[in-house]
Ligand binder design. Sequence first.
Ligand SMILES: *[C@@H]1O[C@H](CO)[C@@H](O)[C@H](O)[C@H]1NC(C)=O
Ligand SMILES: *[C@@H]1O[C@H](CO)[C@@H](O)[C@H](O)[C@H]1NC(C)=O
Ligand SMILES: *[C@@H]1O[C@H](CO)[C@@H](O)[C@H](O)[C@H]1NC(C)=O
Length: 219
Amino acid sequence: MSLLLAGFSLLAAAQAAVRPVEVSGGCASLPAYDSSARIAGPWVVPVDSCVNTTATDNVCSMEGFGSEAVYFLQQGDTSVQRGYIAIVSKNDLAKSPLRCNDETNSFESYVPSGVSGAEWKSVNVTDIPYSAQLMWGLGQYSLPIQAYHHYRNGVKQDGIFLGAHNVTTWALQLQSGSAGSGGKPYWLMRLLGPNSADPVTGDALAEGEYRTFIRVDGS
Ligand SMILES: *[C@@H]1O[C@H](CO)[C@@H](O)[C@H](O)[C@H]1NC(C)=O
Ligand SMILES: *[C@@H]1O[C@H](CO)[C@@H](O)[C@H](O)[C@H]1NC(C)=O
Ligand SMILES: *[C@@H]1O[C@H](CO)[C@@H](O)[C@H](O)[C@H]1NC(C)=O
C-alpha cells in the first residue's frame, strides 16, 4: 500500500475515533456572534473529513463543498413550505448559509419561502432514525440540531460541527435534479444517529453514500 493510501485510511479511522461534546453557551460560542442581534453567522457549512468507506483510498469528491436549500412541494401545496438542506454537487453553485439564533433557540437557514420569497427558517432533523434528513418546515416530528466540539483521546480538536443525539457523522447521497434544486443534482444529507442503519439490510451506509462531518465555517 502506498503512503498516500495509508494516509487516507488513517483519515477514516480518525473520523471514527472522534467523540462529540455539545458546545455550551448557545450561539455566543459560535463564530461571528453579534451580541445585539443574538445571532452567530451566517456561515457556509462545508463538508469536512468526508470519506468513501468502500473505496480503498477513501477519497470523497465532496470535501469542502457547501450547503444549499432544495425545496419540494407536497400534494396541495401552492407555495414553498419545506425542503432539504443539502450539499451542492458543484462547489461554484450558490450556497444557502446557516446561522444560530438565540431568539428562536435554533439553527436557521436562508431558504426559499412562499411564492417567490426567501427567509430565515429553523432547521431540524426528522425523527425517522434511518432517514434523519436536515430540513426546514418539519414541525413536531423532528429534533433540533446542535453544535459540537470533537475530542480525540480526551484532546479537543479544531472546529465546531453540526449534529444531534451526540452524533456528528452524516451520510451524503447524490440525488438527481428537481424543480426545487433548479434542475441540478444535489447531495442529500442524513444524520448517522442511533438506529440509522438500513432497517432491512442492517447496513450502516446505503449504496453510494459518503460519510462526513459538517463543519461551521470559521470554527
Ligand atoms: C466509493 O468508492 C466505490 C469503489 O471505488 C465506488 O463504487 C462508489 O461509487 C464510491 N462512492 C461514491 C459515493 O462515489
Ligand atoms: C424542531 O424540533 C423541536 C423539538 O421537537 C420542535 O419543537 C420544533 O417545532 C421543530 N422546529 C422545526 C422548524 O421543525
Ligand atoms: C450527550 O452526551 C452528554 C454527555 O455525555 C449526555 O449528558 C447527554 O445525555 C447525551 N445526549 C444524548 C441525546 O444522548
